[in-house]
Each structure stands twice: as C-alpha cells, then as structure tokens.
Design a protein around this ligand. Structure first.
Ligand code: GDP
Ligand code: MG
Length: 299
C-alpha cells in the first residue's frame, strides 16, 4: 500500500558534550546502542538511528559535540559536524539546565544563522529546573534566534519527548521510507561492540585514565551450528602504566570489564557471546591517523 503524505528525512542533533544527546536518542529508540557516559566526547562515531512510525521515518545522525580541535581526532570530529549538516532536514540543538548563554552557546547561535534548515531548540534536564526558570530560558533563546520550536524535555525521564517527536515530524518534507521499518541503525555491529567495550572500560577505570583509550573489534565470528559468537577486541591505551591499570591485580579489572561488556553485547546481538579482550599500548594514538581510520572514524 502506498501511503500518501508519508514524511521522512534526516535529523541531526548537535550540542555540547554531556547535555544529554545520547540519552535522548536512547529514549527514542528504546535500546542501548548509543553509549551514555558522564565523560565528554564518548560519541565518536556517527551513528544513525532510524525511527519509523505510521506517518514518518526519522533518520537521526548523532554528531559529536562542537568543540575546538586539539588533535587530529578533534579535527576529524569537527569536520564530521560540518559534513553532517549539509544534507539535513531538521537540526536539533540540545542544551541543558545551565542557565547562562555561555561563549560556546553564543558561537553555536552565530553558526546557526548561516544554516538554512529548520531548527529546534531542546532544553534538556528540566527535571532540575523550576517552571519559572524554564520560561526564562525559553524567553532568552527566543530573543536570540528564530527557532521553529523550543521544546523543554527531560530525556532521562522521557518527559515531553513525544512533543519533540511531533515537532520534528511536522518539519519533515514528504518523502519515502528510506529504510525497512525494523531497521534501527546502519552501524556495523563491530563498531557498536567496540563502543560497548569502550564504555565499560571507561566505567571501570573511573577517572584513572580519562580519555586515552580506544577499542577495536578485531574478530567477530559465529560458530557453525552453534548459537554462540566469538568476539576479539583490543583495548588500546597510551602508556605502559595504563595497561597495568586496565588489567588490574590478577587481571581482575579486565575480567570485570569483559563480563559486563559481554552481558551488554549478548543483549544487543541476542546471542551468546564469547568475548576475549586484549590490552595494547599504542603511544599517542590520537595523533595516528591510520589507527583513527582503522577504528571506523572515517566515513
Ligand atoms: P551527551 O554527551 O550529550 O550524549 O550526553 P549524555 O546523554 O551522555 O548525558 C550526559 C549526562 O547527563 C548523563 O549522566 C545523563 O544521565 C545525564 N542526563 C541526560 N538527560 C538528563 C535529564 O533529562 N535529566 C538529568 N537530570 N540528567 C540527564
Ligand atoms: Mg553522547
């Protein structure tokens, strides 16, 4: 059956790290694929989420936070942001409960002027704001830019996310169903698996090694006639001392990382997983373009 007036399009979500972009996407999709972390810049890959309803298909592109590039990885990420904007139908800018329009926000406001697509401002974390402060924020931003909608939400509690989806849908052009409706992401499973291992490693290490790790899935293979998949992943760190920290006393920390990553990967792939982890030192990996590319940061 051909559906008349079906709408579809690409939506990009921008915003500083930690404002809650991943939480919002996870809430919309209802599955744990995008990685949520308190540490900024966790989302390094451009992950597309596809949200199909009876009337529309929304293809979300999760862009990393806009920030000053400090190294090659940063440069790449900023390039990604510009590229991601080119073909978008709707831009969603997420801010959080910080009440001031800081220098970073002003810069984004400036950039928005030159971007000729409909924009929605999302004020997230309203569970931490009084109604009065929500109105104040709305007024402040209304004066600064002509947003199509300003939607206060709590991504964590799912408050007002429906309203946001309705607003997005109303701005989408008529278009086809680009992807089958049961497809929710075009990311390779390997990259998602690596992101899960990376998230668990960061979680287990807490503040000990801030950002200097990367993960590569080196092998993924289903065993013949058995419902189990063997996965090998390598955790790269920057220093010998970091390797020791990641492995932990008697290998305990790595075991913990492996166990909780395996549980999440099993849930994601819906199959039993045998996960083996390696830890390797790769000094200054951030500067090594090749490694950056190999790990899937390149389109
Ligand atoms: P991202 O860097 O923009 O993707 O931000 P994340 O989705 O990783 O969220 C950063 C932090 O903000 C996490 O600790 C989330 O739990 C928290 N967070 C996200 N949404 C909300 C919200 O609606 N309310 C509150 N209180 N915290 C939130
Ligand atoms: Mg994120």
């Amino acid at each position: 059956m051909i559906k008349l007036n079906f709408k579809s399009g690409f939506i990009t979500i921008i915003g500083r790290p930690n404002v809650g972009k991943s939480t919002l996407l996870n809430h919309i999709i209802g599955e744990k694929i995008s990685i949520i972390s308190d540490k900024p810049q966790t989302t390094r890959n451009k992950i597309q989420f596809i949200h199909t309803t009876e009337n529309s298909q929304m293809i979300f592109v999760d862009t990393p936070g806009i920030h000053k590039p400090k190294n090659k990885l940063g440069e790449f990420m900023n390039k990604e942001v510009s590229l991601a904007l080119a073909d978008m139908d709707v831009l969603v800018w997420v801010i959080d409960d910080s009440m001031e329009i800081g220098p970073g926000d002003s810069k984004i406001l400036q950039r928005l002027e030159g971007i000729n697509i409909p924009k929605i401002l999302v004020i997230n974390k309203i569970d931490k704001l009084s109604n009065e402060n929500i109105s104040k924020l709305v007024d402040k931003f209304k004066k600064r830019h002509d947003f199509k909608f300003i939607v206060p939400i709590s991504a964590q509690r799912g408050r007002n996310v429906d309203t946001l989806l309705e607003s997005i849908e109303s701005l989408l052009p008529e278009g086809p169903k680009y992807y089958p409706e049961d497809m929710i992401t075009d990311q390779q499973e390997r990259i998602i698996v690596a992101e899960i291992v990376r998230e668990k490693t960061l979680k287990y290490l807490d503040q000990e090694i801030p950002h200097g790790i990367a993960v590569e899935t080196t092998m993924m293979k289903e065993r013949k006639d058995k419902d189990i998949i063997d996965i090998h992943s390598t955790i790269y760190c920057e220093k010998d001392s970091h390797k020791g920290i990641i492995i932990g006393k008697d290998g305990r920390k790595l075991k913990g990382i492996g166990k909780s990553a395996r549980e999440d990967i099993e849930r994601f792939l819906d199959i039993k997983v045998n996960l083996q982890l390696w830890v390797k030192v790769n000094k200054n990996w951030r500067e090594k373009e090749n490694l950056v590319k190999r790990m899937g940061y390149k389109r």
